[in-house]
Design a protein around this ligand. Structure first.
Ligand code: RIB
Length: 304
């Protein structure tokens, strides 16, 4: 493997129900359709990067089940380097997703399966030598991510931690990250503030300052349709959301992470990369599915 970006993370089969109506607790409603998609935060991020024309390696685990072959084939078709993916005795990860058509918002329950057995040793020294950017999320064991981030330090990798879904996140793993990317809910959890829905620079900075980070660490908060906030060197930049007709928001955060990494690799400017990734993520919500909705470079470049 000799890609400049390596994604260490999860891969799932997404089992998606589209429904006009959101059921109340204990209520049964009739949905509109059922579809399966290749998903998993890590794999989605890798596909986003690859569709933007940047070679990428994905490191993760699948099972020995029928989903595994489909998932591997899907990544191969997307030109993602899958040579470090291993099979495990656990079943492939699955995600049970409901998308409500009126709002295009979703609810997701993930069964980790093989993702829970992903190991930092799957990433070879050769991979770390070639990787300029390393990305991880929290659907794989955070202890393994921490070991990997520590190992990669001496190879000068830029380490991006997407704190999704926020659980089992230690301060020591945060300390090992150069850039943290979180959404507004994750920011609320990590800062201990209740989500205010108010996305002004001063409100966001107040919450961000409660997360003990050093001055050389940066944070990006994705705010859904409200845009993105970049906090770098104690300077905040609020990037407004873009007007699109949303169909399915699943994977838009992953699209943002992947597109940001691809653009940061090319130009090394975090704010510019966030503007680009904001466009990519806006485009992704106009299509169904997670990986399936990632835009290609031409679409992002031509998006006004
Ligand atoms: O971020 C969206 C992803 O979360 C889905 O593809 C699902 O698999 C879960 O990992």
């Amino acid at each position: 493997m000799s890609s400049e970006i390596t994604v260490f993370g999860s891969i799932n089969m997404d089992l998606v129900v589209y429904s006009a109506k959101e059921p109340q607790k204990g209520e049964t409603v009739i949905g509109s359709s059922f579809e399966t998609f290749q998903g998993g935060k890590g794999a989605n991020q890798a596909v986003a990067i690859s569709r933007l024309g940047v070679p990428v390696s994905f490191v993760g685990k699948v099972g020995n089940d029928v989903f595994a072959n489909e998932l591997l084939d899907a990544l191969k078709k997307e030109a993602v380097d899958i040579s470090a993916i291993q099979r495990s005795s656990e079943e492939s990860g699955t995600a049970f997703i409901t998308v409500f058509e009126e709002t295009s918002q979703n609810q997701i329950i993930v069964i980790l399966g093989a993702n829970a057995l992903v190991n930092s040793d799957q990433v070879t020294e050769e991979t770390l030598i070639s990787s300029k950017i390393l990305i991880a999320q929290l659907e794989t064991p955070s202890g393994e991510t921490e070991k990997l981030f520590k190992r990669s330090k001496k190879f000068d990798c830029y380490r991006i931690l997407n704190t999704a879904p926020v659980h089992n996140l230690s301060n020591s793993l945060m300390d090992e990250s150069d850039l943290l990317i979180m959404n507004e809910t994750e920011l609320a959890t990590l800062s201990g503030d209740s989500p205010s829905g108010q996305f002004t620079s001063s409100v966001l900075i107040k919450s961000l300052d409660k997360i003990a980070l050093t001055s050389d660490q940066s944070v990006i908060v994705t705010l859904g349709s409200q845009g993105v906030f970049v906090y770098e060197n104690k300077i905040g930049t609020l990037i407004p959301g873009l007007d699109v007709v949303p169909v399915d928001t699943t994977g838009s955060g992953d699209c943002f992470v992947g597109a940001l990494a691809a653009q940061y690799l090319a130009h090394g400017n975090l704010v510019d990369a966030a503007y680009f990734a904001n466009k990519a993520a806006a485009l992704s919500v106009t299509k169904k599915g997670a990986s399936a909705s990632m835009p290609f470079l031409e679409e992002v470049v031509n998006f006004i």
